[in-house]
Write a protein that binds this ligand. Structure first.
Ligand SMILES: Nc1nc2c(ncn2[C@@H]2O[C@H](COP(=O)(O)OP(=O)(O)O)[C@@H](O)[C@H]2O)c(=O)[nH]1
Ligand SMILES: [Mg+2]
Length: 246
């Protein structure tokens, strides 16, 4: 069985993609917090039939907020394809949003930072604005040391592979210009977390600019990380291939 979309794509200036797998404890409050910002958004939750009933929480919120949509996929198919399916959804809309935001649904990314990303992308007219943990003023809270080391190493590798002086190449909290996504979507093939590198690589190839704004990243309080060896191997393989191509 293929995917199913519940809800209508109404035009909004900003499309928000929230990939979820097992986020029933987080997604309801996150939707509420995004709505409270009173920004012109369409919220697209891409859920891979989470066994904890994440989709039901989204369907409940949809009764209250008509700008919430649920994109249900039959099996866990990876963060990378969730994000690109979200891009494709917004690009296929009758009138696409001007900007597309991606963020984790576990409260590591603070919805209150959304206006900061939007202000930056409007000011700089660039392809991607990354909510950066490693820029001056950025921070990480409550991550265990092992996870900090993995993230630092992944960033050093990614930065070298990309040949860019970005501080945070792996963060998933971002704002994209739709004009950039339109040009690059056919070149996005990532299955998992390497999507974060592939998008920046495509921006570089096409001479689009990528900027950063510092944020505080907080480890999730509810639910578990989905980063496993499978994701790490996929990330490593993509990064090494990119390095070898340089
Ligand atoms: N739809 C979908 N979402 C995913 C998948 N893997 C991770 N996610 C979501 O992507 C976001 C980041 O994952 P998370 O487990 O927080 O990774 P971490 O922050 O690197 O530990 C969360 O909102 C997850 O629920 C997946 O295979 N499919
Ligand atoms: Mg997380």
């Amino acid at each position: 069985m293929g995917y199913q979309i519940v809800g209508n794509s109404l035009y909004s200036e900003v499309g928000v993609i929230l990939p979820t797998y097992g986020e029933a404890e987080n997604i309801g409050n996150l939707i509420e917090d995004i709505e409270k910002l009173r920004i012109d958004t369409s919220i697209l939750v891409i859920d891979d039939s989470s066994p904890d009933g994440t989709a039901n929480v989204v369907l409940e919120k949809q009764k209250k907020y008509p700008n919430v949509m649920l994109y249900s996929r039959p099996t866990k198919a990876g963060l990378g394809t969730a994000i690109t399916d979200g891009f494709k959804f917004f690009l296929a809309a009758e009138k696409s949003p001007k900007y597309v935001l991606t963020m984790d649904a576990d409260y590591s990314h603070d919805p209150k930072d959304i206006p900061k990303l939007l202000t930056k992308i409007k000011d700089c007219d660039c392809a991607i604005v990354v909510a950066s943990r490693y820029s001056k003023g950025g921070q990480i809270a409550y991550w265990p040391m092992t996870r900090k080391i993995v993230s630092k190493l992944a960033n050093i590798m990614a930065r070298t592979a990309l040949g860019l002086n970005l501080k945070d190449c792996t963060a998933g909290f971002r704002c994209y210009s739709t004009a950039f996504l339109k040009e690059t979507i056919v070149n996005l093939h990532s299955h998992t977390y390497e999507i974060q590198i592939e998008t920046i690589r495509q921006a570089k190839i096409r001479n689009f600019e990528v900027k950063e704004v510092p944020v505080l990243f907080v480890n999730r309080k509810q639910g578990k990380s989905k980063l496993t060896w499978t994701e790490m191997k996929s990330f490593l393989s993509y990064t090494i291939k990119t390095l070898l191509k340089r």
